[in-house]
Design a protein around this ligand. Structure first.
Ligand SMILES: *Cc1c(COP(=O)(O)O)cnc(C)c1O
Length: 369
């Protein structure tokens, strides 16, 4: 039986090989007589799983040695508090607001920072663009600058991270890269801290990845919960409290799957990036050439991962979705705050899935004429 293509924004489609391996090892991991869910996080079996996952993630994202990789719980939204608790020093923080997720982060930061500045916002455009970095009104002496490098709901992606030093700011850059982590390379020379919930591109919900420059640790506010103090988490190798063991294990299988990917001479994330460019181009081209569908985002910042699109005749939305389901194309309904449709094209979505989607879209458009 052929599996349908799942375009969910998250939790999202997984590589079938990973699901099969997790299923095969469910009752007995590598002959130890226990499934991973049943293991102590302090036992040698799980420590081996954890260490391999950390090393593989470091390799595939090319994370430099002076950054720590932390496996936490709480998701992206908890990071909206954990980051200011650890980095704000109760001072000034800067936000670039380009969609729902950076807006949520900005609102949460008010609880912990003495001053929260929105240094740029694309709200006036309906979050369809990224304000040019040269226009950002960065604060003097900010504790950090936060942006969401891929806005999952509005479909807006930074194609390049800003160089804050070049813009006159000494502040570390914080990125929420939840929905495009491992879909493209990261320029770590421009980043202080990056966080991502796993449930978009890395594995099951319940695991959060934090990559943080070592010198930023150790400045948590006194009120910061011990389990959320990043220095404490780092000093305990992410085992100050029980980490999300199942999530780390499955994400580890995804990391190995990513490392196995090849595309011509490219491998790993670079191979996936190449594929992601082709997948996104196929869908955006179809939308742009059509009389029925449209996308509102400025072409230079359209997301490769999340593609919101609309039908010019909105009364056909339900028929479009019902037909999609009948063609084995699942979870295409847009986010409730934006409406329309959204196709998420994460790493685990093959080009064939996007081809099936555009074939269906063209067929649907023809039958509307
Ligand atoms: C999904 C998502 C989140 C939310 O993560 P939770 O795990 O629900 O807390 C945060 N930021 C971005 C960019 C996301 O896509």
């Amino acid at each position: 039986m052929k599996r349908p293509y799942n375009f969910s924004a998250g939790p999202a489609t997984m590589p079938v090989e990973v699901l099969e391996q997790a299923a095969a090892e469910m009752l007995d991991w590598h002959g130890c007589g226990m499934g991973v869910m049943e293991m102590s996080h302090r036992g040698q079996e799980f420590i081996a799983i954890y260490e391999q996952a950390e090393a593989d993630l470091r390799a595939l994202l090319a994370v430099p040695a002076h950054f720590r990789i932390l496996f936490m719980q709480g998701g992206g939204l908890a990071q909206n508090a954990i980051v200011p608790l650890n980095l704000s020093r109760a001072g000034v923080v800067d936000f670039v607001v380009t969609g729902s997720w950076s807006q949520k982060s900005e609102r949460e930061a008010h609880k912990y920072a003495s001053e929260v500045n929105i240094v740029a916002s694309s709200a006036d455009s309906g979050f369809t663009t990224v304000p040019p970095p040269a226009s950002w009104a960065l604060s003097r002496g900010a504790s950090y600058v936060h942006l969401c490098s891929n806005e999952t709901i509005h479909g807006v992606e930074f194609q390049e991270l800003p160089d804050l030093r070049q813009l006159g700011s000494e502040a570390p850059l914080v990125i929420d890269f939840s929905s495009h982590v491992a879909s493209r390379s990261v320029d770590w020379s421009r980043v202080g801290l990056a966080f991502a919930g796993a449930q978009k591109n890395l594995g099951p919900a319940g695991l959060t990845i934090v990559v943080v420059r070592e010198d930023l640790l150790g400045h948590a506010l006194p009120v910061c919960p011990s389990a959320f103090d990043l220095r404490n988490v780092a000093e305990h190798q992410s085992m100050f409290n029980t980490p999300p063991t199942w999530g780390i294990y499955v994400a580890g299988l995804v990391f190995q799957w990513i490392l196995r990917q090849r595309e011509g001479a490219l491998s790993g994330v670079a191979a996936l990036e190449q594929r992601n460019i082709a997948k996104a181009a196929l869908l955006y081209d179809t939308i742009d050439k059509s009389q029925l569908y449209y996308n509102k985002v400025a072409p230079h910042c359209r997301s490769r991962m999340n593609v919101p699109f609309f039908l010019r005749d909105e009364s056909r939305n339900e028929a479009f979705l019902a037909g999609a389901r009948a063609h084995g194309l699942l979870q295409l309904k847009g986010h409730k705050s934006v409406g329309g449709m959204r196709a998420s094209l994460y790493n685990a979505m093959p080009l064939e899935g996007v081809q099936a989607l555009v074939d269906y879209m063209q067929e649907f458009e023809r039958t509307q004429a």
